[in-house]
Design a binder for this molecule. Sequence first.
Ligand SMILES: [Ca+2]
Ligand SMILES: [Ca+2]
Ligand SMILES: [Ca+2]
Length: 381
Amino acid sequence: MQTFPRALLTKLTTLSILAGLPGLTAGSDLKYLLARPDLEFKIFQFPRDAMPRIDGYLCDWEIVPDSYFYDTSMLNDTVDGHGTDIDRNDLDVRVAVGWVKDLNRLYFLYEAQDDFWDFGRFNPHGYLNDIFEIVVDGDLSGGSFILNENLLPDGSGDRSSPEYIENYTRFAGNHAQNYHIYTPPVNNAWVLVWGGQSWISQFPYSNWAYNYNFEHGESGKLTLEFWITPFNHAPSAGPEHAVESQLKENELVGISWSILDFDGDKREGHYNLAHNVLMVRHADYLCSFRLMPIEPALLPKIRAEWTYKYVDQDRRVVAFQDESIGEVIAWNWNFGDGNTSDEQHPIHTFAEPNMRTVITLEVTGLIGNSKRTRYWEVLLK
Ligand SMILES: [Ca+2]
Ligand SMILES: [Ca+2]
Ligand SMILES: [Ca+2]
């Protein structure tokens, strides 16, 4: 495998975004640039007719198999010294990530049992809350995305310096995004976006709902359901200047989460999935998550589907693409002009102009047939 220096790779990614090229913008299996390269995590694909409703109720996650849930055993406290020896009476969590094909959204389910829910006030550390923090790098660009005071050109570490503010405003969170999610928010926003693009926490770029029944200081179980939109470029200038990450089936995105458990006046733990807390500021330390196809059990046994593209609309040459679901053993296309084809993906030239074509694909599988006709869609000049 050819390896690129990280800086070059980031530059190549930027260039391919600018050029509108596929390849490095998404879909590369660059796992060697990520944390825990021995593991691949899965993102569940919801069928379109079973998208989660963001209401805090989890009935729509019941179709998600257990293999998509990542629990406390996947975490490591690399900050407060617990390592992987996590007391589940102190904190016990379960997380799943989902997506819907052709929507650039990542859905999250977060369930947590905490012995002391800390929220709605400032504690002596200056932190607000129990926090569920996620970082998403939709195109695996990698690289530092939150500027640290130690990385300032002048090394001053002064967060009020013009250089720091300029760098932070221009670059923090642009090519990977960090969400500090308050679990739960009470008198504050639902999330602190760590960077200049707070607009990504607003609808229609995200949406969220909680379900819990406890007060500050009590124990209990919290459920949080939300989605976010990943961006290859999310500038502080606003969404009209942004570039969404295009989520594609079977491709990888970088994700990690960390959980900051405050129990009263002290932090009990700072657990993270990447097993490296650099994940909170640097996208080289995220885990690889694959955008999975729909689970076969959720698909119809057989369903005819097809799309088309004009090869040459003036010459009436049309390419047909079979997108049927299920195990198909035979295709039968009827082009409505007296011609048929038994190819899977035929290219057909129509002899006559026709604004009212009626085209049918019938597929045959081992367990039955399915037919899909489209009326007046393929326009022949
Ligand atoms: Ca729901
Ligand atoms: Ca706790
Ligand atoms: Ca807590």
